[in-house]
Structure formats: structure tokens, C-alpha cells
Write a protein that binds this ligand. Structure first.
Ligand code: LLP
Length: 425
């Protein structure tokens, strides 16, 4: 089996591993990832693109590792031929450690710091995606000081709205990202002052979890038009980075992005420009490939609400409270005899916001019973914190019948490491 499926007895498995066994061996809460699912997603996207475009003109799929930056996930995708999109010096180091060649790494971010820019240039990064007119000077001066050329793309803000939530929409005029279309020529002019800046072209990213059919198409058309105009003015565009944002299904009726239509838009709108194409998918590769495995502490019954209190909390997975995001929540052992009833599913953190779901129908769970919070492979562990002095959860990777602890649970000692009490306290 690949990914998360139930056997005939109703037990939830990750690939061929019973999640009861994972909990027994590694404890809870624990993130569990299916390597086969992640690899399958990569191949699915690559397959849809190559069906349209053939193998030669295939875009470079730079995995946006902010979604899940564990070294094992990076290595897995690198082995399949992926490139990498990074947004910080830390992510860059992760990419290098996982074995990505620097030319296959692109760096974005509205506030790249001098040390991050310098390191990226020194290692020979594939491109720095520049997010503002102001940043051109930062990158220009550093590359001149280092006397090392660097490829740059200007991130265009296409003023297209798209994305699953206000907080993850990035391509509108008043969002902090990118350079507006009417200032791109100014960007070229500024960058031409630095002989170490190789202007390769443009990049964009409209938003995340984009279901609106046509948002991609609209943005692609806008950027294709801009490329044609720039070229007619003698401004070079040889690379086009069209970002990420492919959605996954969090609920059954979410459906799925029609990859074939997406591939067709890329082929029909972008390919004719004759550019090297880069993409930056994050969530699509890993989102449905992970769960947060948690255990029932108790069911607290009040006259108003039945609270299913589990040992995972908002510090482990913040998406439900931060974005009102829906995650399917299911017992590891399904029992069809038991009637699902409404529960508030909550963690132990001292905040009402520490709620994974409200009035969610779920079969009654006994104390100690295991529960899975589904689709937690993207923006799960990477957004976890130590709030309430809770150690970060463990992470486990599964492939077929194999499973491995890929990050141990954080202990109290790990958590306070580096904390000091001044002698004068
Ligand atoms: N490229 C750029 C420049 C981005 O800003 C992002 C995501 C991606 C690629 C990858 O987008 P994806 O394919 O994963 O949608 N924490 C939020 C999502 C924030 C996304 C930020 N940027 C969440 O949990 O939904």
C-alpha cells in the first residue's frame, strides 16, 4: 500500500505499517510520513508535465522546502531529480546538506539578510529571486564585493488573487511580495548598474492552496504578456519561475487540482516563450503524505460539549487555529459499530484556540485510543513551536514495511539547552 489506507479490519496503516505499532515504538504525538506517497506525488506532477511537453523541455521542479524541510524528505526528492526553493540561509544549508547541487537551488524571500545573500552567491546558487527594487542594491553590492556573478530573477507581483486563505495569498498588489509589473523595467535598469548581476528573467508565485480554476491561467497569461513586452524592449528573459501553489485535498469533496489542465496551461502559455521553466511546488509533494499521530487523553463531557482531548496541540500543528484550516481527524481503529457523534477535538495547551476541530463527528474514543490528524505533511512540523514548554514531536518516515525515527522527540533538556540565568538574578 502507498500512503494512508485502512486494512479490512479498519486499522489505519502508513504504507504497510500499522500505525498502532508506530505509536508503540515511538510514542505520541508523532509525525509520520510516507516516503512512497511523497515520491508518487513528484512523479505524478512530472508525468503530467512530460505528457504535455515531452521529456526534454521539462521544467525544473524546485521543491519549496518551507513545507517540510526534513533532510530525509529533501534527500528523497533530490534523488528523484528535484531542485529546491529556499527562503532562508537555514533552508539553503539544509539543501546543501541533503546533496542538492547549488545550481538547482533558487532563493526567494522579501528580507534576505546580507549573510544569506553572501552565502548563496558564494556557493553558486541557481538564482536569487529578487523581491524589491531596494533588494537589487543589497545583492548588487554583495556580489561586487565578493567579485562573484550571480543569476537573478525579478519576482513579479502579478496582482492576481488566489489561495486558500487571506494569510497565504501572496500575489495581490498590497501583499508584501514581489515587484509590481509597472516597476519591472525600473528593476532591469537598476540591476544593469552591477556587472555581477546576470539578469535571467522573472519569477512569480500567486498563492498557496489555489483551487480557483483559472487563477494560474490568468497569472501565466499576464506574465507571458510581460515577457513579450520586455523582449521587444531589448530586455532579456531566458528563465521563468512560475512558483507553486498547487492544492491538495484536505476534505473529501476538495477534489484535486486538475494536473492535466495545469500542464496544458504551462505548455500552451509558457512553453512558446522558449524559456527555461522553473516551478516551486511545496504542499503538493508532501501534504497528504504525512499525519500527526496522537493519543486520546480523555473525553471531557460537559452538558454543552463533548471534548476529545488529545496529546497533540496547536504547538505541534498550528494550521487549524491559524488559518481555520480543516484537517480530517480519524481514529486509527475504525469501528463501524460505533456511531460518530459531535466533539470538539482539542489539545492540552492553555488557549481556547488550541482546537483542531469543532463539532466534528467522530466515533467515541476511549482513553489511550489513537487518532490521526490527516494531511499534516506540509506546514506541520516546520511550524511547530515550544509553546507551553512542550517538546517538539518525534518524526518517523515509512517506506513499505520499513520505518525509521528521523527526528527524536525533543526532551526537556533539549528544550532548555542554551538558556542561561544571569548571575545577578
Ligand atoms: N514559492 C514561494 C515563493 C512561496 O512563497 C511558497 C509558499 C511556495 C513556493 C510553495 O507554495 P505551495 O506549493 O506549498 O502552496 N503555511 C501555510 C502556507 C504558506 C505558504 C507560503 N509560501 C499553510 O500552512 O497553508
Amino acid at each position: 500500500m502507498i500512503g494512508f489506507n485502512r486494512d479490512e479490519k479498519g486499522t489505519l496503516f502508513c504504507d504497510d505499517v500499522d500505525l498502532n505499532d508506530i505509536a508503540k515504538e515511538y510514542g505520541t504525538p508523532t509525525y509520520v510520513y510516507s516516503a512512497s506517497h511523497i515520491a508518487g506525488q513528484y512523479k505524478k506532477l512530472e508525468g503530467a508535465l512530460s505528457k504535455e511537453m515531452g521529456d526534454k523541455a521539462l521544467p525544473l521542479l524546485c521543491y519549496a522546502c518551507k513545507a517540510n524541510s526534513h533532510l530525509a524528505v529533501l534527500k528523497l526528492l533530490k534523488n528523484l531529480g528535484a531542485g529546491l526553493e529556499v527562503v532562508s540561509g537555514g533552508e539553503l544549508e539544509r539543501g546543501l546538506k541533503a546533496g542538492f547541487t547549488p545550481e538547482k537551488i533558487v532563493m526567494t524571500g522579501v528580507g534576505k539578510q546580507a549573510h544569506e545573500i553572501a552565502r548563496a552567491i558564494e556557493v553558486g546558487i541557481g538564482s536569487l529571486n529578487i523581491e524589491s527594487i531596494e533588494e537589487i542594491r543589497h545583492v548588487g553590492i554583495i556580489s561586487q564585493d565578493l567579485q562573484k556573478p550571480v543569476n537573478i530573477l525579478f519576482r513579479v507581483n502579478p496582482d492576481v488573487s488566489g489561495g486558500g486563505h487571506e494569510k497565504i495569498s501572496t500575489g495581490r498588489k498590497r501583499d508584501k511580495f514581489g515587484i509590481s509589473i509597472d516597476r519591472i523595467r525600473e528593476a532591469y535598469k537598476q540591476a544593469q548598474h552591477y556587472n555581477t548581476l546576470n539578469i535571467k528573467g522573472l519569477s512569480m508565485h500567486v498563492g498557496s492552496q489555489i483551487f480557483e480554476v483559472g487563477a494560474f491561467e490568468k497569472a501565466f497569461k499576464k506574465i507571458a504578456e510581460l515577457v513579450t513586452e520586455l523582449r521587444s524592449e531589448g530586455l532579456p528573459v531566458t528563465t521563468l519561475d512560475i512558483g507553486g501553489g498547487f492544492p491538495i485535498a484536505y476534505e473529501e469533496d476538495d477534489g484535486a487540482l486538475d494536473l492535466d489542465s495545469y500542464a496544458r496551461w504551462v505548455h500552451e502559455i509558457i512553453s512558446p516563450l522558449g524559456v527555461d521553466i522553473v516551478m516551486e511546488p511545496g504542499r503538493f509533494f508532501v501534504g497528504n503524505g504525512g499525519i500527526l499521530l496522537t493519543k486520546t487523553i480523555m473525553v471531557k463531557k460537559t452538558p454543552e460539549v463533548d471534548f476529545l482531548v488529545v496529546d497533540a496541540a496547536m504547538n505541534d500543528l498550528i494550521r487549524p487555529t491559524l488559518y481555520e484550516a480543516y484537517h480530517e481527524i480519524a481514529p486509527i481503529q475504525q469501528d463501524k459499530e460505533k456511531q460518530a457523534t459531535p466533539h470538539h477535538i482539542v489539545g492540552p495547551v492553555c488557549e481556547t484556540g488550541d482546537t483542531f476541530a469543532k463539532d466534528r463527528n467522530i466515533q467515541p474514543c476511549a482513553e489511550g485510543e489513537l487518532v490521526a490528524i490527516m494531511s499534516a505533511g506540509a506546514y506541520g512540523f516546520v511550524m511547530a513551536s515550544n509553546y507551553n514548554t512542550r517538546g517538539l514531536p518525534a518524526q518517523v518516515m515509512v517506506q513499505g514495511e520499513e520505518h525509521s525515527l528521523i527526528k527524536k522527540r525533543q526532551s526537556f533538556e533539549d528544550l532548555i539547552e542554551g538558556e542561561d540565568i544571569p548571575s545577578w538574578v
